[in-house]
Design a protein around this ligand. Structure first.
Ligand SMILES: [Zn+2]
Length: 93
């Protein structure tokens, strides 16, 4: 992935699930943000639903769970550890 992507930030209430899964392809998950250009895998814009990590772990594919876990870990720690795959690029809105 070399292209840069823009993301919308998604507001969610405290205590609400903040992991958004693309229900169309079930292979993309985002945390508190959604890609402005639609799902990178299937291009869908409006098929995201919010889940907790626990939910995803119950029905998600191994890859999806792995992505969700990585997103959760990244956010609860300091952002010093930027992942080498720089697929997340935040744009100032
Ligand atoms: Zn998708």
């Amino acid at each position: 992935m070399t292209e840069s992507r823009a993301f919308w930030s998604v507001e969610h209430e405290q205590g609400q699930p903040d992991l958004f899964v693309c229900m169309k392809c079930l292979s993309e998950v985002f945390r508190s943000q959604l890609p402005a250009e639609g799902c990178p895998t299937c291009g869908s814009f409006s098929s995201y639903e919010a889940f907790t990590l626990e939910d995803i772990q119950q029905w998600g594919t191994e890859e999806l769970i792995h992505k969700a876990q990585r997103l959760s870990v990244t956010c609860s720690r300091s952002e010093n550890e930027t992942s080498p795959s720089s697929e997340i690029e935040e744009s100032p809105s």
